[in-house]
Design a protein around this ligand. Structure first.
Ligand SMILES: Nc1ncnc2c1ncn2[C@@H]1O[C@H](COP(=O)(O)OP(=O)(O)OP(=O)(O)O)[C@@H](O)[C@H]1O
Ligand SMILES: [Mg+2]
Length: 260
């Protein structure tokens, strides 16, 4: 499942370092993500995966290193600027405006894409595109909703999938996804995977996927970066990673087979 190497990286991490007090969460981390590429970011609990996503999206600052987004150095850019440049993300625990309805929660995402105000993005000339895209995404998401449905009434699995939909609606170039499969049943995982494959294969997005469900990572990612105690201990294609002794020792455990 090699991704064409002539693709120029959209996201490039160069020597990223970060510590919280005495805890090193990122030590000289470098990797690239190209358009159309699904990059897995795996490792044990506390390895520093979410912290790295927070640094890429601008929620955490780095101590050292550089993050390039295309030709733009975003190392010091605030989160909203990175979002406008085309970075979107989901959270390990889904984040929505709990007291609002679906309309408000989803439009929050598209507003970023078109740099429209809330109101314009709903009724403006882009709204047709928006509705077409939304209905295509929801078909893949595997459920429907009414605009006025309250977010608080949605089951957890659907919220996690809806978060991916919301991120995709902003038409990002890079999609950062933190543990989409946690708490989802197998059918829901299938829907989440289908959305991420649409993102890479049809929409040309680069995806960084953090996930503990190894089948999902091994079967869908083109490349994988493995973190342990804030360090990259292996980088490469799934077949190679699944056989890497350091990775098996630190994370996968013995007996993992990519064909599982
Ligand atoms: N804001 C923070 N302040 C202090 N320590 C933090 C902060 N954020 C993360 N850490 C610490 O950094 C380390 C890495 O945490 P992180 O959440 O990035 O791990 P993770 O790889 O995402 O783990 P998991 O698989 O459990 O989600 C942990 O020791 C965590 O306690
Ligand atoms: Mg995490």
């Amino acid at each position: 499942m090699a991704i064409q190497s002539e693709n120029r990286p959209v996201l490039s991490l160069q020597g990223v370092c970060k510590a919280f007090g005495g805890i090193i969460v990122a030590e000289d981390i470098s990797f690239d993500v190209s358009s159309c590429e699904m990059m897995g970011l795996i490792g044990p609990n506390g390895a520093g995966k979410t912290s790295l996503l927070n640094m890429i999206s601008g929620i955490y600052s780095m101590d050292k290193g550089r993050i390039m987004f295309g030709d733009v150095d975003v190392s010091k850019a605030p989160a909203h600027k990175r979002a406008r440049l085309g970075l979107a993300r989901t959270f390990q625990a889904p984040r929505f405006l709990q007291r609002s309805n679906i309309r408000d929660n989803l439009l929050l995402g598209t507003d970023l894409a078109d740099q429209y105000t809330f109101f314009q993005s709903f009724i403006g000339k882009k709204s047709k595109d928006f509705e077409e895209e939304l209905s295509e995404l929801m078909e893949i998401a595997g459920f429907t909703f009414d605009w006025d449905d309250l977010i608080a009434a949605f089951p957890y699995g659907r919220l996690k999938i809806l978060e991916i939909v919301r991120a995709m609606l902003s038409k990002p170039r890079i999609l950062l996804i933190d543990e989409p499969a946690a708490g989802l049943n197998d059918i829901e995982i299938g829907h989440a995977v289908a959305l991420l494959k649409l993102a890479t294969e049809k929409r040309g997005m680069g995806v960084v996927l953090i996930e503990h469900k190894m089948d999902m990572v091994m079967n869908n990612c083109h490349n994988i970066v493995v973190l342990n105690f804030g360090k990259v201990i292996a980088k490469g294609q799934p077949e190679m990673i699944s056989k890497n002794k350091d990775v098996i020792e630190a994370y996968l455990g013995r007996g993992y087979d990519v064909a599982n």
